[in-house]
Write a protein that binds this ligand. Structure first.
Ligand SMILES: Cc1cc2nc3c(=O)[nH]c(=O)nc-3n(C[C@H](O)[C@H](O)[C@H](O)COP(=O)(O)O)c2cc1C
Length: 197
């Protein structure tokens, strides 16, 4: 069982990173292999909208030569994709948006067609987010975008774990949040096990 965590925060010791520490620890404790990809350290250019990928049936088929195809392959090879991001302007951060823009077309070849290959179909996807507003006002649009991304590509959405940054100088991570994010890792694992994997 492998989770691929796409890390969309630029802050190595920020709030999102602090949630990932217990999340990853818990994954290790329950026998889940993890791979973290820090997107700010990788080169994924914005989508050019050229549509060349739509005619490449066997793979992503993007014309750009950067880290996209390698990351896409890691997403395709894992059991659960975890999108971890702070909320910026009510959505994910720019490197994650660039990746999702590229992945939604390279992974779904149905532009102008009734049916086309869906390279991530059946894959599970979960989200971890942090935001300044209460989650229902800060991360709601992001969660809706993630759900539609999943629906479009035939992925199974497993839910979002989101906590608020109070910005009051108090530590973002407390015992309760730490336990909650551990429980989130467990819940994903348990729901996959329920499917017999
Ligand atoms: C440029 C920028 C834009 C932000 N936009 C939003 C926003 O639209 N909604 C929100 O709830 N919080 C917003 N925030 C707050 C962050 O999402 C929040 O502080 C988050 O926990 C930061 O995570 P990090 O420490 O992992 O970078 C923004 C923060 C920054 C720096």
């Amino acid at each position: 069982m492998k989770f691929c965590i796409l890390m969309g925060s630029p802050r190595e010791r920020g709030n999102t990173a602090s949630l990932l520490v217990p999340f990853l620890e818990e994954c290790g404790a329950i026998g889940v292999e993890t791979q973290v990809i820090p997107l700010y350290d990788r080169a994924v250019n914005p989508c050019l909208g050229c549509m060349t990928c739509q005619d490449a049936a066997g793979g992503p088929g993007c014309v750009q030569d950067d880290d996209f195809e390698e990351i896409f392959q890691t997403m395709a090879d894992c059991d659960v994709i975890v999108l971890a991001t702070p909320i910026y302007a009510f959505f994910c951060t720019a490197p994650m948006k660039a990746l999702l823009d590229r992945a939604i077309y390279a992974g779904t070849k149905n532009y102008g067609r009734e049916k086309g290959a869906r390279l991530l179909a059946g894959k599970r996807l979960a989200a971890i987010a942090t935001c300044g507003y209460p989650p229902e006002k800060g991360a709601d649009l992001w969660e809706e975008g993630v759900k539609r991304f999943c629906r479009h590509g035939g992925l199974e959405y497993m839910g979002m774990f989101c906590r608020r940054d109070w910005g009051r100088g108090e530590p973002f991570l407390n015992e309760e949040r730490e336990q909650d994010v551990r429980d989130f890792a467990q819940a994903i694992r348990i729901s996959i096990r329920a499917e017999g994997l």
